[in-house]
Design a protein around this ligand. Structure first.
Ligand code: AHZ
Length: 303
């Protein structure tokens, strides 16, 4: 049979380190070009099952009492998670995301376009997470990341590597846990979760502080603030206003705060509370609202 010339790949050494030790490490370079003798190591199907379920249920057990729950893993929720997990490695942070894929609306810059625009000074956040950008605009007032997916995947991978963060995706928050306060108001004390919108009884996570970043109203958005209205914890929503980039981004960052005790609201969900404008396809306010939400959590814990 004709011999196929083996052209080995030249891959520089990766810095990834196996968690929990490994008996023998192979390199891709050694494998490449020798596929005839190649074979995976044996496994029994039940081992795969147990490897997944044991860890998931152990995480459910561990995070049933969390320090912080972040509802919604869009650009704002992930930015908040990054800053908080980095600043406070002592806090146990659960992220609950309804969709299978975290990232919310930040996989594209707008409509089906790839590039993501961030107005300065949000470029500081890009430098913090190590995402390259290009200066643009009069006086370089904004920067452009070549693909929104580069921003979201980089941020997501950093968030997921923190040992104090667990992402429960494909899990929706369907209610808030509340406690009465002496002054007659309520304190938010956790979330009620469910895997599917059916008549299944739900699960719960207790936490003294929640960050809600579920986006503006729509089929799924503005979840927590709409629930606050229906449980009469706040009177009514201001309702997101029309698009005004300059007004909207400052308002969302400055307005990110604890709306009722134990519940901090950030990102576009906040526009529904405050009657703030939307900004359309500029993402700087989402990153910096996440920074402010993390700062608010630290303030609450230091009170
Ligand atoms: O799946 C939702 C998305 O990933 C998730 N989510 C919503 N309801 C949930 C629930 N339980 C769990 N009940 C839930 N997860 O929340 C995430 C929201 O992400 P997003 O990207 O929609 O919101 P954001 O505020 O992070 O970013 C908004 C981005 C926008 S919208 C906009 C405009 O319309 O003008 N401009 C920008 C920059």
């Amino acid at each position: 049979s004709p011999t196929v010339p083996s052209k080995k790949l030249n891959l520089p050494h990766s810095s990834a380190v196996p968690v929990g030790g490994q008996t023998k490490t192979e390199t891709i370079e050694a494998m490449a070009g020798d596929w005839q003798s190649f074979t995976f190591r044996p496994i029994r199907e039940s081992q795969v099952s147990r490897a997944m379920t044991r860890r998931y249920f152990s995480d459910l057990d561990k995070y049933a009492e969390s320090d912080v729950v972040i509802i919604g893993a869009g650009s704002c929720g992930l930015s908040a998670a990054y800053c908080l997990a980095k600043a406070r490695p002592d806090l146990k942070i659960a992220i609950i995301e309804a969709s299978v894929s975290p990232g919310g609306g930040a996989w594209l810059g707008g409509q089906l376009f790839s590039a993501m625009v961030m107005r300065k000074p949000a470029d500081a956040f890009l430098r913090e997470i190590g995402v390259e950008y290009e200066e643009d605009g009069d006086d370089s007032n904004y920067v452009v990341v070549k693909h929104a997916a580069l921003f979201t995947s980089t941020l997501l991978s950093k968030v997921l590597q923190f040992p104090n963060v667990k992402l429960f995706n494909a899990t929706a928050v369907e209610d808030l846990i509340t406690r009465p306060r002496e002054d007659g108001t309520i304190q938010i004390a956790g979330v009620v979760t469910n895997w599917t919108l059916s008549c299944m009884d739900p699960n719960t996570i207790n936490a003294p502080v929640i960050i809600s970043t579920t986006g503006h109203d729509g089929p799924f958005g503005a979840f927590s603030v709409k629930r606050l209205v229906s449980m009469q914890a706040i009177k009514c929503l201001g309702g997101m206003r029309g698009l005004d980039m300059n007004t909207a981004e400052d308002a969302i960052v400055k307005g990110t705060r604890e709306i009722v005790p134990g519940l901090i609201v950030g990102g576009m969900e906040l526009s529904e509370v405050d009657g703030a404008n939307r900004m359309g396809p500029t993402f700087g306010a989402m990153a910096l609202s996440g920074v402010k939400a993390a700062e608010e959590v630290v303030r609450v814990f230091e009170q």
